[in-house]
Design a protein around this ligand. Structure first.
Ligand SMILES: *[C@@H]1O[C@H](CO)[C@@H](O)[C@H](O)[C@H]1NC(C)=O
Ligand SMILES: *[C@@H]1O[C@H](CO)[C@@H](O)[C@H](O)[C@H]1NC(C)=O
Ligand SMILES: *[C@@H]1O[C@H](CO)[C@@H](O)[C@H](O)[C@H]1NC(C)=O
Ligand SMILES: *[C@@H]1O[C@H](CO)[C@@H](O)[C@H](O)[C@H]1NC(C)=O
Ligand SMILES: *[C@@H]1O[C@H](CO)[C@@H](O)[C@H](O)[C@H]1NC(C)=O
Length: 181
C-alpha cells in the first residue's frame, strides 16, 4: 500500500514536471499542426527557390529548417497523444491535408539537390546535409506516428507510402549533395 502511494505521487510529480500532465489531443490539434507545417514549408520552399549561393540565403534556409523540424516534432507529440482515428474518413482527411505538404517538401528537396554547387561554393554543404538529416527524421517520424493511429490497414498503407516517398526524397537530396562534396 505504501508502495502504491509512493508510485502514484512520483507519477503525478513527473507529469507535472513534464508540463504536459496527460493532456489528450484530438483530430483538430493534428489538423492545426499540419496547417502550421504547411505554412512553414511555404516559407522554406520560397527561401530554397531564392537561394543563389549566399551565406544569408543559407542561413534563412537553416532557420526555416529548424522551425519546421520543431513543428514536425510538435505534431508527432500531439499525434502520439491522440487516440486512433474513429473513422477512415478522418484518416483520409488528414492524409489529404498532408498531400499538399508532400508536394512542397519533395519540390524543395529537388531544388536543394540542384543547387548543390551553390552550397559548396559557400562551404555550406555539410551544414545543409546535417539539416536535411534531422528534418528528414522529424518528418518521417511524424508520418509514422500518423500511421500508428490509423486502424484500417489499407489506409495505413497510404501513410506508409508517404513515409517511403519522403524518406526517398531526403535520401536522394542528401546523396546528390554528397556527390558534389
Ligand atoms: C549558383 O548556381 C548556379 C547554377 O549552378 C550558377 O549559375 C550561379 O552562378 C551560382 N551562384 C553562386 C553565387 O555560386
Ligand atoms: C508552428 O510551429 C512552430 C514550431 O514548433 C511553433 O513555434 C509555432 O508556435 C507554431 N505555430 C502555430 C500557429 O501553431
Ligand atoms: C491544398 O492547398 C491548396 C492551396 O495551396 C488549398 O486550396 C487546399 O485546400 C489544400 N488542401 C488541403 C487538403 O489542405
Ligand atoms: C567549412 O565548414 C565546416 C563546417 O561545416 C567547418 O568545419 C570548416 O572549418 C569550414 N571551412 C572553411 C574553409 O571555412
Ligand atoms: C490503433 O491502430 C493500430 C494500427 O495502426 C492498431 O495496431 C491498434 O491496435 C489500434 N489501437 C486501438 C486502441 O484500436
Amino acid at each position: 500500500m505504501v508502495h502504491l502511494v509512493a508510485v502514484f505521487s512520483f507519477t503525478t510529480l513527473f507529469a507535472l514536471a513534464m508540463g504536459t500532465p496527460l493532456i489528450k489531443r484530438d483530430m483538430a490539434t493534428i489538423q492545426s499542426d499540419i496547417t502550421n507545417i504547411s505554412s512553414l514549408l511555404v516559407t522554406w520552399d520560397n527561401d530554397v527557390n531564392a537561394f543563389s549561393g549566399t551565406a544569408d540565403g543559407a542561413s534563412a534556409i537553416h532557420a526555416d529548417s529548424v522551425a519546421l523540424e520543431s513543428a514536425f516534432q510538435q505534431a508527432t507529440t500531439d499525434t502520439q497523444a491522440t487516440s486512433n482515428f474513429t473513422t477512415d474518413m478522418d484518416a483520409l482527411l488528414v492524409l489529404g491535408q498532408m498531400e499538399n505538404s508532400s508536394t512542397l517538401l519533395v519540390g524543395g528537396l529537388t531544388q536543394i539537390a540542384e543547387k548543390g554547387a551553390n552550397f559548396t561554393s559557400i562551404n555550406g554543404t555539410a551544414a545543409i546535409i546535417s539539416d536535411l538529416s534531422s528534418l528528414g527524421a522529424a518528418a518521417t517520424g511524424f508520418i509514422a506516428a500518423i500511421g500508428d493511429i490509423i486502424t484500417d490497414q489499407e489506409v495505413v498503407a497510404q501513410a506508409t507510402q508517404f513515409e517511403t516517398t519522403w524518406s526517398a526524397a531526403f535520401g536522394d537530396a542528401i546523396s546528390d549533395l554528397q556527390t558534389g562534396l
